[in-house]
Design a protein around this ligand. Structure first.
Ligand code: FE2
Length: 366
């Protein structure tokens, strides 16, 4: 008798059997093991998904099934089949050759002498080790549920990791574009714009403004995104960017184009993320942070709420920081002077609600 049936509550964790089945592969050369496993796990579901058993009677058969069916979550694996180590060889093949690190493997052996637990669990990437004699129906159930839970967590992490890799690639793409040129901004300006943009967005949210737009994602995104507002300056030549005096008409056109090139650089990167995330927000900020609420800005002459909110917020932070900083063409202004000038720009340069939130923050800081 391989499994001792034990009385107790129904094995099913959920009555909802409508979901996609968990695929569980039983690999064993004894027909009786398949039959008893089927009996023990009959009707079992986990998180509303039924467990569906696949059967293989040798390691070779198992490898064929695994190649055809990549979504197997869990394997109940015998050790001694066509060879004394057929099961262990299969483990190595799954991890190394098939490259499947996610699938959970429970070794089930009737001959622990052939595969001692301590050696096997250290040397092979398996997730559990059971002798057949210890596996009652309930213990099998517990091992399977624990295995499925672990599989789901591993899959979640794998998916997140894949997302991070894509994001990383997109970021490196943007930085590579940047590195081909050079940046004249100081890191301190970038950090202050970051902090101010986040603070203004949070203040707007706490006041209940733009509730449809400002969610956690927005707050999270605008910090990073606002730091990229002047990425396009890498394409502005030194003699324009660093000119101490005022720019002539042609030079001014070149300078204004930093919005267009910055927006394009970031839009290209954002497209790697499917147009989502902080790079997409960065692209709209880079393009529109010099628009003015009354429509007199550049590059598109947008007005009012047709200017992206992220850009309206960054505009306030960027202008304030530019005013209080020394630039080749101007000295640093005292904060009070900068605020006095900006205060008169509600509805002209700036979105009045955004400006008001900003002034409120500054009133508490100065
Ligand atoms: Fe700019």
């Amino acid at each position: 008798m391989l499994f001792l049936r034990q009385d107790g509550p129904s094995a099913s964790l959920s009555d909802d059997l409508r979901g996609e089945p968990w695929l569980l592969l039983v690999v064993d050369d004894e027909e009786q093991v398949h039959a008893v496993t089927q009996l023990s796990l009959d009707g079992v579901s986990f998180q509303g998904r039924p467990v569906h058993l696949l059967s293989a009677y040798s390691a070779a058969e198992a490898s064929a099934i695994l190649q055809a069916e990549p979504d197997v979550a869990l394997i109940l694996l015998d050790v001694v089949m066509e060879t004394e180590n057929a099961g262990l060889s299969l483990v190595r093949w799954i991890r190394r050759d098939l490259g499947n690190r996610d699938i959970r493997i429970i070794l089930r052996t009737a001959h622990p002498g052939h595969a001692p637990e301590r050696r096997v669990i250290l040397d092979y990437d398996i997730n559990d080790y059971k002798t057949k004699t210890e596996l009652t129906s309930d213990r099998l159930f517990s091992a399977v549920v624990a295995g499925l839970r672990s599989y789901e967590q591993v899959r979640t992490i794998s998916r997140l990791l894949a997302d991070v890799k894509v994001a990383q690639r997109a970021t490196v793409f943007a930085l590579a574009d940047l590195a081909e040129h050079r940046d004249t901004d100081t890191g301190a300006h970038i950090r202050r714009v970051h902090d101010l943009s986040v603070a203004v967005a949070e203040r707007l949210r706490s006041r209940g403004h733009f509730a449809a737009e400002i969610d956690d994602r927005f707050i999270e995104g605008i910090g990073l995104a606002s730091t990229l507002h002047d990425v396009g300056k890498v394409s502005v030549p030194d003699h324009v960017l660093r000119k101490p005096g005022s720019l002539d008409a042609r030079e001014w056109e070149v300078m204004k184009a930093h919005t267009i090139s910055g927006g394009a650089i970031l839009a290209r990167s954002a497209s790697l993320l499917g147009g989502q995330g902080y790079l997409a927000m960065g692209a709209e900020i880079a393009r529109h942070h010099h628009e003015r609420f009354d429509g007199s800005g550049y590059p598109d002459g947008l007005s009012g709420e047709s200017i992206p909110l992220s850009a309206r917020i960054t505009a306030v932070a960027d202008v304030y920081d530019a005013l209080i900083s020394a630039r080749p063409y101007k000295d640093a202004w005292e904060p009070e002077r900068a605020l006095a000038v900006m205060r008169g720009e509600g509805g002209r340069h700036f979105d009045p609600l955004v400006l008001d939130a900003f002034l409120d923050i500054m009133a508490n800081r100065l």
